[in-house]
Design a protein. Structure first.
Length: 209
């Protein structure tokens, strides 16, 4: 069964409280999404392997540690996931970025892929899939299924707010994918919104509502 990590870092929790506020402007909301993603990325990459190297300082040779050749990719689920990318690539500048676009078929209610672009060496990269809200889990589960088809060896899911229903769906469909959230909220309402949540993340990031 996949693990669920809920971050209780004071900086993350403080920024999340402002993010939830309905009075927060589009500009501030967008900045907070990026900042929280960066802080979460710091924690979600804690298990990256290190190797020892010798570095010559101006004074002497120091034994240091650096990431052991690990290649990473960040994959936002369009469109709201785009808001998390900038914060992550500011922390890991060499990371490559893929994109997954999905819509729900009105007849079958199944997710349909309308855009899918991965780095050509995705099979050699650990992937962090990002989407601010893990609600029903349907989009995240479908996106991860599509990414698995490329041969990506290891995948994590990072969302700012999750609902128990989404976590349950992810653990049922992808028990090998660990989940990282800044908050695990109470439930979904009849419209599929996370309660208390923060509303529609995409609309609040891009100012479309």
């Amino acid at each position: 069964m996949s693990k669920v990590y809920v971050f209780d870092h004071p900086l993350i929790q403080h920024k999340l409280s402002v993010l939830r506020d309905k009075r927060t402007s589009v500009k501030e909301f967008r900045e907070l999404i990026s900042e929280i993603a960066m802080l979460m990325c710091f924690e979600a990459t804690r298990d990256l392997p290190l190797e020892e190297v010798e570095i010559e300082t101006p004074v002497a040779v120091a034994k240091c540690r650096r990431i052991a050749g690990k290649k990473l990719a960040v994959v936002p689920i369009l469109r709201a996931g785009l808001g998390m990318v900038e914060g992550m690539i500011s922390l890991i500048p060499n990371v490559k970025v893929g994109h997954v676009g999905l819509f729900r078929d009105p007849q079958t209610l199944e997710p349909v892929k309308y855009y899918f672009k991965m780095p050509p060496d995705i099979q050699e990269r650990d992937v962090i899939v990002v989407d601010p809200m893990l609600a029903t889990g349907g989009s995240a589960s479908a996106a991860i299924s599509f990414i698995k088809e490329t041969g990506a060896p290891h995948i994590k899911l990072m969302s700012i707010i999750g609902a128990p229903e989404g976590v349950e769906r992810m653990q049922a469909d992808h028990p090998d994918v660990d989940i990282y959230v800044a908050a695990l909220d109470d439930h979904l309402n009849d419209h599929g919104y996370i309660v208390p949540g923060l509303g529609d993340a995409g609309d609040r990031i891009f100012g479309t509502k």
